[in-house]
Design a binder for this molecule. Structure first.
Ligand code: NAD
Length: 523
């Protein structure tokens, strides 16, 4: 395996990899050189200098993983990587403590007026009364976003004797109570916090989350810190709030435009700013290098990396619970794709019974798509690119859930629609993988081996003629399953056979009287 390290990363990360891979360190490689050379590499590690563009990704022939030794992946073309089935990983946990410490630093600088006091002393002044501060002890900190960084901030703020309020719609009151914080709504947090700190991602939901209305709800001397992403605070409104003393002060490490050239905010005394350095410590960089090196190592040794950004990752407990259904879904999809006819236009997946409550059925859906598309396309399809490839080909995918599982604990139903009709299959994996229904007919078939599936009119002699035809060609029937709704109507027969069945034998079966259709499936 070959890894290229295209940006400077900590030595410890490089050492981790040298045991398992051929490591090339070229931290001055240009875009043109990278496009030329990437074809030889299985993995690339970057920080922010190297841009892993679509051109780089398209030129890659063996690339399996793009690792960003840090958090943001703005320098990686995620869509191109996903389309090509290349995983993108980062090291989000590497900076949590570093950013939390910087947040505390900004808070302290603000409430003790450290930066302006520093400037004043350096100007030869001694203005002790001008820099009266406040204590954190006994004050309330409002944390917006209780993820990795927010949690680390809460631990540090508690050591300062602060009460903690949290606004995070994805954290329950119970989960908050477990770590000694009170989960409240945003309005309560804004009205009751002495200091607020933001640790949410920038999303359409969080864009300008803190604007004029929110500043007006805050305490008169409240302080706010943003070490998350520019744009979460509306900077025009922040300027007005600071200038008109609606709040006490602000600390910013991130800005809507970076650097914040000519921003009026920079003219104010009650703001402390840093140039997006909250994550910049030697320890964070060392940890990021070690974390991504280990992620790359995992890919090389067949283990699952944990920080994959373009693929769902399961925790071990969920994986254990879902594993039998992953296996079953592969079998069902393979069966269906061989038995169905025409060009697929739609794949409908239904999770029934207990399975409908499984937390991560999306992983089963990706498995189904991967298996289905791999059988019909020459381009490699994996769990990462399966949904994108399906979408690009205009295949409609639906996923639905049903509490009823027709007497079973759980069922997966997959229905394929094509320009020549539709076919569905249902399976259960409570004890072992089983096909339990083909279209409307209930069966009980182990999804393995070589099978002939025939639809026929359920009248005396029909089964015999099919068996005889196979016998004429020296094909032995190992097992037979019949599914029917009523005598004399259409029924389905699944024959597990000991030999491969040539296409012309299937054609002969199709031509038999009372046989409507026959297909051959190999699982
Ligand atoms: P995380 O994913 O662990 O936590 C984010 C939290 O925000 C989650 O708990 C989530 O439930 C919550 N959240 C999401 N949407 C929300 C909403 N609308 N309202 C309230 N809460 C919401 O992320 P993290 O690692 O803690 O990082 C937090 C932020 O810090 C990110 O924006 C990240 O980009 C930024 N960051 C900045 C720097 C820097 O250099 N300044 C470095 C690292 C991370």
């Amino acid at each position: 395996m070959k890894v290229i390290i295209a940006d400077q990363i900590n030595e410890k990360g490089i050492k981790e990899l040298e045991d398992v891979a051929d490591v090339v360190v070229n931290t001055s490689i240009t875009q043109e050189e990278l496009i030329e050379e990437i074809k030889d590499f299985d993995a690339i590690i970057v920080r922010s200098r190297t841009k892993v563009t679509r051109a780089v990704i398209e030129a890659a022939e063996k690339l399996k993983i793009i690792a960003r030794a840090g958090v943001g992946v703005d320098n990686v073309d995620m869509a191109a990587a996903t389309e090509k089935g290349i995983m993108v990983v980062n090291a989000p946990e590497s900076t949590s403590i570093t950013v939390a410490e910087h947040t505390m630093g900004l808070i302290m600088t603000l409430i003790r007026k450290i930066s302006i006091a520093d400037k004043s002393v350096k100007e030869g002044k001694w203005e002790k009364s001008k820099f009266m501060g406040i204590e954190l002890n006994g004050k309330t900190l409002g944390i917006i976003g209780l993820g990795r960084i927010g949690t680390q901030v809460s631990i540090r703020a508690k050591a300062f004797g602060m009460e903690i309020l949290v606004y995070d719609p994805y954290v329950t009151e119970e989960a908050g109570a477990e770590i000694g914080v009170r989960v409240v709504d945003l309005e309560y947090l804004l009205k009751n916090s002495d200091v607020m700190t933001i640790h949410v991602p920038l999303t359409p939901e969080t864009k300008h989350l803190i604007s004029k209305k929110e500043f007006e709800m805050m305490k008169e001397n409240a302080f706010i810190v943003n070490c998350a992403r520019g744009g979460i605070i509306n900077e025009d409104d922040l300027y007005e709030a600071l200038k008109n003393n609606i709040i006490g002060g602000a600390g910013l490490d991130v800005f809507e435009t970076e650097p914040p050239k000519d921003s009026p905010l920079l003219t104010l005394d009650n703001i402390v700013v840093t140039p997006h350095i909250a994550a910049s410590t030697k320890e964070a960089q060392r940890d990021a290098a070690i974390i991504v090196a280990n992620e790359v190592k995992k890919v090389f040794t067949g283990e699952a990396p944990k920080n994959v950004l373009n693929m769902p990752v399961l925790d071990p407990e969920t994986f254990h619970a879902i594993k039998p259904y992953l296996k079953l879904s592969e079998k069902l999809a393979n069966f269906l794709i061989q038995a169905a006819k025409g060009n697929i236009t739609e794949v409908n997946i239904t999770y029934c019974g207990e399975l409908a409550d499984f937390p991560r059925v999306d992983v089963i859906s990706r498995t189904i798509l991967k298996e289905t598309l791999n059988s019909i396309l020459t381009e490699p399809v994996n769990m990462i690119n399966a949904p994108t490839i399906a979408k690009n080909r205009g295949i409609v995918i639906t996923e639905s859930k049903r509490s009823e599982a027709e007497g079973y604990k759980s069922l997966i139903k997959i229905e394929i629609k094509s320009d020549e009709g539709e076919l569905s299959i249902e399976g259960n994996a409570t004890r072992e993988p089983r096909i339990v229904r083909i279209d409307k007919y209930w069966v009980n078939v182990k999804p393995e081996g070589t099978m002939v599936i025939a639809r026929y009119k359920d009248i005396p002699g029909s089964i015999g003629t099919i068996g005889t035809k196979l016998g004429e060609h020296g094909i032995n029937i190992a097992k037979m399953q019949v599914g029917r709704q009523a005598p004399s109507e259409e029924a389905v027969m699944v024959l597990t056979v000991d030999q491969k069945v040539p296409v012309d034998v299937i054609d002969e079966i199709r031509a038999l009287e009372h046989v409507y259709d026959a297909v051959y499936v190999q699982l």
